[in-house]
Design a binder for this molecule. Structure first.
Ligand code: AMP
Ligand code: MG
Length: 340
């Protein structure tokens, strides 16, 4: 990262979503700047997708790898056929059922947005968020807004305006505050360019839900030469600024032993797990993810951020349930706890 990237030069305002702040947001976007905005999954850092220089700013501000393409966000009334071609019938069915919502769909691009959005791929990822604040912002600017999560690259994604501020204070002008992002993990990314839809990134809309709507749904396995298909998935991601270890549910005892051994050495260690597991471990320092898959997903990033403030080491114990939304949670947890 260059020095200019790290220098903090501007004042960053946090404003609730209202007429005044939307006017300011639109002015920034039309002038080639970036604005952080709330969605139901995580906060996004948005720029005008038609403006190549503005798009480049996103990569610089975040320190994001140049080969990790961005998702374009539009409001629910936007005609996406202006941006993409070849929308298959299954994609229309899925759109009707799940949009607006936490599902990103990839189509053949018409090449109308800046090349920097898709990093040279001939496809475009489109998302229609359901969050009211996101819808208001996107309607007001009435442009395709490309946006990754509004955090420094590789750090934990932000689910509140305060999280965005902690990462990007001084690097962006405006954060629209729409409260906590209740979904808590990023959208499901679905490749809709083939015969059947294929999940490139798991999220809140599950494989089971897609299959029960359109019959078939593939999942891109990273071992299968997938990096070319889903460039973002190969990177370390979502990591707190402290050490981490991940244990499976079956290794709970081992995790508790490790907690005791590290505590005895004077390390500030916390166990992160769901409420039921927390009770079973009986340890004192807990980052409690709550109960049930929605709550666990919703709390994951807040607890990772809380953890990095209080702990030198977070020991995560995976949830017992491994299907549905937990596929997405496990994907984030595994990446957060990866050593590089
Ligand atoms: P982020 O915005 O950080 O949540 O990441 C966006 C995700 O969408 C990454 O995993 C990207 O690889 C993926 N993505 C965006 N556009 C495309 C595309 N055109 N083809 C494949 N994956 C994409
Ligand atoms: Mg991200």
């Amino acid at each position: 990262m260059t020095r200019s990237l790290l220098s903090k030069t501007m004042k960053t305002d946090i404003l609730p979503v209202n007429g005044e702040s939307l006017k300011r947001a639109k002015e920034i976007i039309l002038n080639g700047g970036t604005v952080a905005f709330p969605t139901e999954t995580v906060y996004g850092l948005g720029a005008n997708a038609f403006d190549g220089e503005a798009v480049e700013k996103i990569y610089k501000i975040k320190g994001r790898p140049q080969d990790n393409p961005l998702i374009v966000h539009v409001h629910s009334g936007y005609d996406i056929s202006a941006l993409v071609d070849e929308i298959p019938d299954y994609a229309k069915t899925l759109s009707k059922k799940f949009l607006p919502g936490p599902l990103t769909m990839i189509y053949k691009s018409k090449g109308k947005v800046s090349k920097a959005v898709s990093c040279g791929l001939d496809t475009l990822a489109i998302r229609i968020p359901s969050h009211n604040g996101a819808q208001e912002f996107l309607k007001f600017v009435n442009l395709p807004v490309c946006a990754p999560s509004a955090n420094v690259s590789k750090h934990v994604s932000p689910v509140s305006a305060e999280h965005v501020y902690a990462d990007l204070n001084g690097r962006i002008e405006l954060i629209l505050d729409g409260g906590k992002s209740e979904g808590g993990i990023e959208s499901t990314v679905l490749d809709c360019t083939g015969e059947i839809p294929v999940i490139l990134r798991s999220g809140l809309i599950t494989r089971e839900q897609i299959e029960s709507t359109v019959g078939k749904c593939g999942v891109c396995d990273m071992k299968d030469g997938a990096p070319a298909r889903s460039p973002g998935m190969k990177y370390k991601h979502y990591s707190p600024n402290c050490s981490t270890q991940l244990f499976s549910y079956g290794e709970m005892e081992k995790a508790v032993e490790e907690y005791a051994a590290q505590s005895a050495k004077g390390v500030r260690v916390y166990i992160m797990c769901d409420s039921e597991t927390a009770e079973k471990t009986g340890v004192e320092n807990i980052l409690d993810l709550g109960s049930g898959e929605s709550e666990i997903a919703s709390n994951l990033y807040s607890k990772l951020r809380e953890g990095e403030d209080v702990a030198q080491l977070i020991i995560a114990i995976a949830p017992e349930k491994q299907d549905g939304v937990m596929v997405g949670v496990m994907n984030r947890l595994t990446k957060a706890c990866k050593s590089q």
